[in-house]
Design a protein around this ligand. Structure first.
Ligand code: CP
Length: 339
């Protein structure tokens, strides 16, 4: 008798390839970008930042960009608008509070209306996770995700990366899978509701960084430990701080708590970044925060204004990165759609 065991192959059903992004100029997620694509954006951000403004504003002269904002924003909205204008584009701002969205117009119909009005790209901030994907599917325009609910904020991830590189890898022109080897980034606070945390934890480990998520169980479920390679959970803030070269502090997103009660006294006792904690556990760490900061809650005013804070550098980097991303949105199709 033939003792050979013939194993039948159980074919695993193929995972359907995502059709997103439909438009090569879109940036819906940091995962839309290869590391070469990240490198190109970083390099172009620097070129555009250093370019003569009179030359720069001919690059997208008279092209049309719409900013569609369903949630409030200071940094993202202003920097995207300044970025598009610096390249010479015309911009139109549509805010949910002063448009026909208030009368019940859907995201799809608003997007199609903007396309008919001549918009060549739409920058979208929305309270619903996945909204940018829906808008892209319906309009087929380049869509730039400026924050979708609790999901992603890809340009924030890129500007955070630019800031980290400037401090820890100055002079680096391109990134690869080892660029941030040996760098640990602690992301601290309200991870659960944070699109900034998600974009960073999807991006930074691809460059070799270790990401340590830190926060209380209500704001950082145990499940987060399975977020992916290069990501761990550490509940003790001082332990997380002690092993990190970057401390990225997050605001508690009161607008997304949906009735959840947080003991703020207990939270600040355990997770507030103070000068004493910084001096003792991370005297050389770079302090980041996507903003808006709440002084006296996730960090003290002394830390926000202190020498280790790169918070305002992040804001400035937002304009450079968004110039590169807006240019890519309007030129990717012509350039063969490189990611
Ligand atoms: N970081 C950030 O998204 O800030 P705004 O909400 O002010 O745009």
């Amino acid at each position: 008798m033939n003792s050979t065991i013939v194993r039948r192959k159980h074919a695993t059903p193929p995972v359907p390839a995502s059709p997103f992004p439909y438009n090569p100029g879109s940036l819906l997620s940091v995962m839309d970008l290869s590391l070469e694509g990240v490198s190109r954006l970083l390099a172009r951000a620097t070129e555009l930042d250093q370019m003569d403004p009179l030359v720069r504003n001919r690059i997208l002269a008279k092209r049309k960009v719409a900013l569609l904002f369903y949630e409030s924003s200071t940094r993202t909205r202003t920097s995207f608008e300044l970025a598009a204008k610096a390249l010479g584009a015309d911009t139109a701002l549509i805010s949910s509070l002063s448009s026909s969205i208030e009368k019940g117009e859907t995201l799809k119909d608003t997007g199609l209306t903007l396309r008919s009005l001549g918009a060549e790209a739409i920058i979208l901030r929305h309270n619903a996770s996945g909204a940018a994907w829906l808008l892209e599917r319906e309009t087929r325009l380049p869509v730039l995700n400026a924050g979708d609910g609790m999901h992603e904020h890809p340009t924030q991830g890129l500007l955070d990366l630019r800031t980290i590189l400037a401090h820890l890898r100055p002079g680096i022109a391109t990134v690869d899978a080892e660029t941030l080897k040996g760098v640990t980034v602690a992301i601290v606070g309200d991870i659960l509701h944070s699109r900034v945390a998600r974009s960073n934890l999807l991006l930074l480990p691809r460059l070799g960084a270790q990401v340590v998520l830190c926060g209380p169980k209500e704001l950082l479920p145990d499940l987060a430990a399975e977020a992916g390679p290069g990501v761990t959970v550490e509940r003790d803030f001082e332990t997380a701080l002690g092993q990190s070269q970057v401390a990225m502090m997050l605001r508690i997103q009161a607008e997304r708590l949906a009735g959840m009660q947080i003991d703020l006294g207990g939270y600040t006792a355990s997770y507030q970044l103070t000068s004493a904690r910084l001096a003792k556990f991370a005297p050389k760490a770079v302090v980041l925060h996507p903003g808006p900061i709440i002084r006296g809650l996730e960090l003290t005013a002394e830390v926000a204004d202190g020498p280790q804070s790169a918070i305002l550098e992040q804001v400035k980097n937002g304009v450079a990165i968004r110039m590169a991303v807006v240019e890519r949105a309007l030129t990717a199709a012509e350039q063969g759609g490189r990611a």
